[in-house]
Design a protein around this ligand. Structure first.
Ligand code: NDP
Ligand code: HSE
Length: 456
């Protein structure tokens, strides 16, 4: 038998005997429990598709006594993650504990032990992705992170593989389930912010620290991951302008409706002339746009590629089972590679190391967009002209004005919709207006997006 034939024989033999692939799970919380359920409930389907059995050999969590609503053999539970990280029989480690440390240290150890990683940890990947991916490449290991953006939506695989032939022109996404759930409930049912947030937490959608959801931080983490995949870079989180939904009131939602808009927390990125725009904020979008119809915990990502045109991905963006679906998909992908003796077939960002570049980020000050402005003012003659005078001085032209209530001597809202205005000018104007003695509260402003990447 020649050398080549021997090699082929060994590879085929390895594939043939690999009937079982052992995996370990660190973090038996909401998503971890979902993973156990999916692996159990869909074991036969997965085995039939993969041609091997995925065996969950060990589960680590700080608390191994708590009832997780799913039965597991006590012997597989451990409070020490190192028992998984250092187990030579485990090929894939799923990290679902969240946070930066010790998750980062654990993942690096797993990779340095030549094992593969699956994680949903967008906070970690958006800040330390470069180190993690470089460690993976140095160890010829794979890192699956499908669950890190869009819950159950296979957006990562789409960007890495399905859209690999495209230059990505723009990304518009609703990518935080909790924030979208809150805004939808406030819009459709008139729910109170705090009550709806509590419900989202009970449903397992929110982050351990829910300010990440409502202040746009989680959306920025996910946008960073999408930008890195779309443009072959490692964007700094601080380069993404980030503003949440905590200042949005039922009144703003009501006014938005009157003007034919809905308010959504949007992640926006696009490339023009080599510069990237990257921003996260509450946005008024036309009520008849597909993204405006994405309600509740659902997420949607609208992408425009230079070959494919517009594509939109839609599905549940958070929660136990949808997220587990994405995690297990990564596990199966890596198992398929293992069966073929392959790793890093698709590079972590789907860009070669040599092609990964630094990109220039557009400053939010240079943004030009229409704005919704809600002023809380004293109801007395001449106030509107004072406000419009300041706006005029900053070259901000008014499209329409609404003042509905009358409360002579009291506070009333005045709503102004502007034509295209420069962010820098708007901020300067609001700085002046908010100092006026007739202005009783900080002015609320919401940027408006009309086109959202649709059309040529
Ligand atoms: P949970 O808080 O429900 O689960 C995390 C679990 O990990 C908890 O049981 C926690 O224990 C445990 N844990 C923490 N530190 C350690 C440690 N050092 N060793 C072992 N176990 C530890 O979080 P989720 O399941 O909601 O989220 C997990 C990850 O998935 C996060 O990165 C999150 O951002 C991400 N994600 C979550 C989604 C969701 O819908 N929930 C959707 C997409 C991604 P304890 O509670 O005692 O701290
Ligand atoms: N807290 C996140 C959300 C979980 O609500 O979208 C999914 O990443």
């Amino acid at each position: 038998m020649g050398k080549l034939q021997l090699l082929i024989f060994v590879v085929h033999y390895k594939i043939a005997i690999m009937q079982k692939i052992n995996i370990g799970l660190i973090g038996f919380g909401t998503v971890g429990t979902g993973v156990v359920k999916v692996l159990r409930e869909n074991a036969k389907t997965i085995q039939d598709r993969l041609g091997a059995e995925v065996v969950l050999k060990r589960i680590a969590d700080k608390d191994i006594a708590r009832d997780r609503g799913v039965e597991v053999e006590k012997s597989i539970l451990t409070a020490d993650a190192n028992e998984i990280i250092n187990d030579p029989s485990i090929s894939i480690v799923i990290e679902l504990m969240g946070g930066i440390e010790p998750a980062k240290t654990f993942i690096l150890k797993v990779l340095n032990n030549k094992k593969h990683v699956v994680t949903a940890n967008k906070a970690l990947l958006s800040q330390h992705g470069e180190e993690i991916f470089k460690t993976a490449s140095a160890n010829n290991a794979d890192v699956g992170f499908e669950a890190s953006v869009g819950g159950g939506i296979p957006i990562i695989k789409a960007l890495k593989e399905g859209l690999v032939a495209n230059k990505i022109n723009s990304i518009y996404g609703i990518i935080n389930g909790t924030a979208n759930y809150i805004l939808s409930k406030m819009t459709n049912e008139g729910g109170k912010f705090e009550d709806v947030l509590k419900k989202a937490q009970e449903k397992g959608y929110a982050e351990a620290d829910p300010t990440y959801d409502v202040e746009g931080i989680d959306t920025a983490h996910k946008l960073a991951i999408l930008i890195n995949l779309a443009y072959g870079t490692y964007i700094k989180l601080g380069d993404i302008y980030t503003q949440g939904i905590s200042k949005i009131t039922p009144l703003d939602i009501k006014f938005a409706k009157e003007f034919g808009y809905k308010i959504k927390l949007l992640a926006i990125a696009n490339e023009e002339g080599g510069k990237i725009e990257a921003r996260v904020h509450a946005t008024m979008i036309p009520a008849n746009h597909l993204l405006a119809m994405v309600d509740g915990v659902y997420n949607a990502i609208h992408l425009k590629g230079n070959a494919v045109g517009s594509v939109m991905f839609y599905g549940r963006g958070a929660g136990m089972m949808p997220t587990a679906s994405a995690v297990v998909a990564d596990v199966v992908d890596i198992c398929r590679n293992l069966k073929k003796g392959a790793a890093q077939r698709v590079l972590p960002l789907s860009w070669t190391d040599e092609s990964i570049r630094k990109v220039e980020i557009k400053d939010i000050e240079n943004l030009e967009t229409p704005y919704y402005l809600r002023f809380s003012v004293l109801d007395k003659p001449g106030v509107l002209s004072k406000i419009s005078g300041v706006l005029g001085n900053h070259n901000i032209s008014i499209l329409s004005v609404i003042q509905k209530d009358r409360k002579v001597g009291g506070a009333v809202p005045i709503v102004i919709m502007t034509h295209l205005a420069k962010e820098k000018e708007l901020m300067a104007a609001l700085g002046e207006i908010d100092k006026m003695d007739v202005v009783l509260d900080k002015t609320v402003y919401v940027r408006i997006e009309e086109g959202l990447g649709v059309g040529d």
